[in-house]
Design a protein around this ligand. Structure first.
Ligand code: ADP
Ligand code: ADP
Length: 228
């Protein structure tokens, strides 16, 4: 589903955030990326979501090249849902409005259909009763679950999570990880940057260690668990 080859990303200021990274994620696989701050994890996710162009290298999502010059970036972006550390919800829109916005604007589907999709997603993330609330009325964990529902509303082929629980109080981390676990069970292809090693062990198929812009190790959770 995801195939990245020799991805190099040099920012305009000269920082080489990625120095030649390969990544393969099969359909339905969950890959966790860990590594110290500044190692390039966030940059890797952002190149997969086309938020950053690559300096060189190739990326394919579901057989479509992201890096070919003729690529229709907007179309491909719809295939990749992303959830950030900060929830980035629109403060002046209700929970429902946050989730329906992109399907309405980008996909052009009917209001009634968008509402139905959003309501189903709110059930999935356990927030059916918050439909008409505003983000400021929700806890951080609830806001992050809305952000996940919003990304899912585009019906993506792949979901990317960039430290989805790092900004949350400890008691809210579990509720967000539970939603991601449910998606894993349903077969969603996912790449998750996280420090939550318990989650990595329990849910991921592979754990990738990055350091200084390189993938330095790739293990199954069992291998890590048996060689602490
Ligand atoms: P991580 O997610 O592992 O913390 P990042 O991908 O955020 O790592 O950053 C990798 C390196 O690239 C760091 O040195 C960081 O300062 C630099 N970097 C990240 N984003 C930018 C940017 N937009 N412009 C310039 N340098 C950046
Ligand atoms: P994260 O933890 O997600 O990697 P950071 O705090 O590293 O976030 O970066 C936050 C934002 O600042 C990102 O959009 C990143 O691209 C940008 N950024 C990070 N490092 C630099 C840098 N050295 N120069 C310019 N922008 C940067």
């Amino acid at each position: 589903m995801i195939k990245a080859r020799d991805v190099v990303k040099t920012y305009p200021n000269g920082v080489q955030a990625l120095k030649g990274v390969d990544l393969d994620v099969a359909q339905g696989e969950v890959v966790v990326i860990i590594g110290p701050s500044g190692s390039g994890k966030s940059t890797m996710l952002r190149t997969l979501n086309l938020l950053e162009g690559v300096t060189s290298g190739e990326i394919e999502i579901d057989g479509n090249s992201l890096t070919h010059p003729k690529t229709n970036i907007n179309k491909l972006r719809e295939d990749v849902g992303m959830v950030f550390q900060s929830f980035n919800l629109f403060p002046h829109k209700t929970v429902l409005g946050n989730i329906t916005l992109a399907p309405l604007k980008v996909k052009g589907i009917k209001q009634s259909e968008a509402v139905k999709i959003a309501e189903n997603l709110l059930v999935k993330v356990g927030l059916a009763d918050k439909r008409d609330s505003y983000p400021s009325q929700l806890s951080g964990g609830q806001q992050q679950r809305v952000a996940i529902a919003r990304a899912l509303a585009m019906h993506p082929k792949v979901m990317l999570f960039d430290e989805p629980t790092s900004a949350l109080d400890p008691e809210m981390i579990g509720e967000v990880l539970d939603v991601i676990k449910t998606l894993a069970r349903e077969g969603m292809t996912m790449v998750v940057v996280t420090h939550e090693m318990g989650f990595a062990r329990e849910v991921s198929d592979r754990v990738i260690f990055m350091d200084e812009g390189l993938k330095i190790e790739e293990n199954t959770p069992e291998e890590i668990y048996n060689n602490p």
